[in-house]
Design a protein around this ligand. Structure first.
Ligand code: PMP
Length: 352
């Protein structure tokens, strides 16, 4: 019998968002925070062109994409580290810092992948509960020990949509030792409209122990192609570039991400539509008597406790797939107006 690492027996598994179909054949996927829009024609064209070249390996350094991101964000190309989705970049970061005994700190509940990636890398997770559905940065700073090497701050937080603001972030960063890497996971940054939520690139420019994680999966609509990146100062970015297997960003993904950066105006117009729908959905839920934390991401959070699974099953009957976290609550992505209406109808008819 082959032998495997014992951690595999206890490690949580990642439960991806599902698709469901109603008895009438309706299906609305609001379970993975994807863009509801199909790819832009210019992006499809770039992918089609790249497809004629796939007998060759991709550019291992993803040079054009790295330069396009660097130019867009006004950072040196050496400060960019790419991965096959930001979840892969998070794994690369953990590979770069983890050793037995090393602690990784994050809020909980937050992005589901942190505990499993930490386990896999051989690090110890230390979690700090959310307070009022929001990161408790004071308590997180208190939880730092001499063994802490990495802190994830998911801003906006998945699955609650809540944010950390300027003053508390600055107090927190001032308290974190300089040899602890703080990664702001900004997968949903493009959806933030609260002016008091700083773009963490500001802090990376001032502090060598701060890095920012971003993705092409959400606002840029390339979830199926897997492109994410870290921005960090040279030693951080260089370490994170060392840990993935070679060629991890495929040729089609590189081409599509470059084309998406060239089509940013169109993509950001789509983000605006999602933000309008976000307000409409949240206000409708509140009018119906639900408690919905303010959200700066492309989803809403309903804390349903013991009724979580029943609610998700009820929505499935309407063809609406939501993301249940058993015993805690349900995260519902903002989709197109038809999908959002289907969700609101489902929520309205849930027996309470
Ligand atoms: N970070 C957060 C906070 C997320 O919610 C997600 C996607 N669910 C990711 C990272 C990973 O996204 P991707 O790997 O598609 O870039």
């Amino acid at each position: 019998m082959p032998r495997f690492r014992s951690i595999l027996e206890t490690m949580p598994t990642y439960k991806p968002g599902k698709t469901v179909v109603s008895p009438e054949g309706k299906s609305y996927k609001l379970s993975s925070n994807e863009s509801p829009y199909g790819p832009l024609p210019s992006v499809v064209e770039a992918i089609a062109k790249a497809a004629t070249e796939i007998n060759r390996y991709p550019d291992p350094g993803a040079t054009r994409l790295t330069e396009a991101i660097a130019e867009r964000l006004d950072v040196p190309p050496g400060h960019v580290a790419l991965g096959a989705g930001s979840v892969a970049v998070a794994a690369q970061i953990l590979e770069a810092v983890a050793e037995p005994g090393v602690e990784v700190l994050y809020a909980w509940r937050s992005f589901e992948a942190y505990p499993l990636l930490a386990d896999l890398a051989g690090a110890t997770s230390v979690t700090v509960p959310l307070r009022d559905e929001t990161h408790d940065l004071e308590a997180m700073a208190d939880a730092v020990t001499p063994r802490t090497r990495l802190i994830f701050v998911c801003n906006p937080n998945n699955p609650t949509g809540t944010v950390c603001r300027k003053a508390e972030i600055e107090r927190f960063l001032d308290r974190v030792p300089e040899d602890v890497l703080v990664v702001f996971d900004e997968a949903y940054r493009e959806y933030v409209r609260d002016a008091d939520v700083p773009d963490a690139l500001v802090y990376y420019r001032e502090r060598p122990n701060v890095a920012v994680l971003r993705t092409f999966s959400k606002a840029y609509g390339l979830a199926g192609l897997r492109v994410g990146y870290l921005i960090g100062q040279e030693p951080v970015a260089a370490a994170v570039r060392k840990t993935p297997p070679p060629f991890s960003i495929n040729h089609l993904a590189q081409a599509a991400a470059v084309a998406s950066l060239q089509a940013e105006d169109e993509l950001m117009a789509r983000v605006e539509s999602v933000i309008k729908e976000r307000s409409r959905v949240r206000e409708a839920l509140i009018a119906d008597g639900w408690t919905v934390p303010p959200t700066e991401a492309n989803f809403v959070w309903l804390r349903l406790g013991e009724r979580t699974t029943a609610f998700a099953e009820h929505c499935a009957g309407y063809g609406v797939a939501v993301r249940p976290f058993a015993g805690e609550g349900v995260r519902v992505s903002i989709g197109d107006p038809e999908a959002n209406d289907a969700f609101l109808a489902a929520a309205r008819s849930f027996p309470r």
